[in-house]
Ligand binder design. Structure first.
Ligand code: F6R
Length: 263
């Protein structure tokens, strides 16, 4: 895992947006895996800015979102489909057919999950997967105890996640209890993963993800087995890391190396 510790949440967004922009410029028909939640909002704002200034073209890009609440229609303002329209899709030139968010209203949820996996495969797999992390260490909605080989499926949310996400709803009782989520196994097949975290409330989960054992109790820790993952955190989210100095040294060396190998 490459661990990048930035000074601020803004710098995290900038780093991640730069990586995505580089991918899209070098591989215009790439497949992006996208996340919702508060953490990627700054990244999406930066991507929109780059698109508006004319330096980023999404016309050939395909996207797949990680998850969706069961029972919310795309027009519900807390559905992830709505979130993506509001915070990214409608502001850039992604074509409607190229964006995919699981359908929380699918009548046959099991076959919808299989079709979602098939659609990812048919698109050639995910090149770059953006991930946030829950305070319980989840990636997508792979709650503690999820199989590290899991595929897209239905998942019950934990009390911790329901409580964390209640801030977006009228009250806790309105938070859906079920979600469709890509599995850990699905995520692990992405060619590169970018896990981002900001704020003190993510510090424990980040420490466990990077420096703890690989365990289904912290599903993000499976990324230790991923050959190409960058974890990007701000100072607060990285505050519990034991080997901070080492990660900083490695990052400086990495940046030096990139500079001397850029034509
Ligand atoms: C969202 C998702 C979740 C969030 C995580 C962090 O699509 O998959 O895993 O990334 O719950 O959410 P925020 O960023 O709101 O703290």
């Amino acid at each position: 895992m490459r661990v990048v510790i930035e000074n601020s949440a803004e710098a995290v967004s900038q780093f991640v947006a730069d990586r995505i922009a580089q991918w899209v410029r070098h591989h215009p028909s790439c497949v992006l895996g996208l996340a919702t939640g508060s953490t990627p909002l700054g990244t999406y704002r930066e991507l929109i800015r780059l698109h508006r200034e004319g330096s980023l073209d999404f016309s050939a890009v395909t996207t797949f979102n990680l998850d969706e609440y069961v029972g919310l229609s795309p027009s519900h303002d807390q559905s992830y489909q709505y979130f993506m329209q509001d915070n990214l899709f409608q502001h850039v030139n992604l074509s409607a057919e190229s964006t995919h968010v699981p359908d929380g209203l699918a009548t046959d949820l099991a076959s919808h999950c299989l079709q979602y996996e098939e659609a990812i495969r048919d698109a050639g797999g995910i090149d770059l997967q953006l991930l946030g992390i829950g305070t319980d260490g989840h990636i997508a909605f792979n709650e503690p105890g999820s199989s590290l080989g899991s595929r897209t499926r239905l998942k019950s949310l934990t009390h911790e996640t329901i409580r964390d996400n209640a801030r977006f709803f009228e009250n806790e009782s309105k938070v859906p209890r079920l979600a469709i989520t890509m599995g850990v196994g699905t995520i692990m097949e992405a060619r590169q993963c970018l896990l981002l975290a900001t704020g003190e409330n993510k510090a424990e989960a980040i420490q466990a993800t990077i420096e703890g054992p690989v365990t289904a109790q912290i599903t993000a820790s499976a990324l230790q087995y991923h050959p190409n993952t960058i974890v990007v955190v701000d100072e607060a989210a990285g505050s519990r890391l034991q080997r901070k100095d080492y990660y900083r040294e490695v990052e400086l060396a990495q940046l030096e190396w990139e500079k001397s190998n850029t034509p």
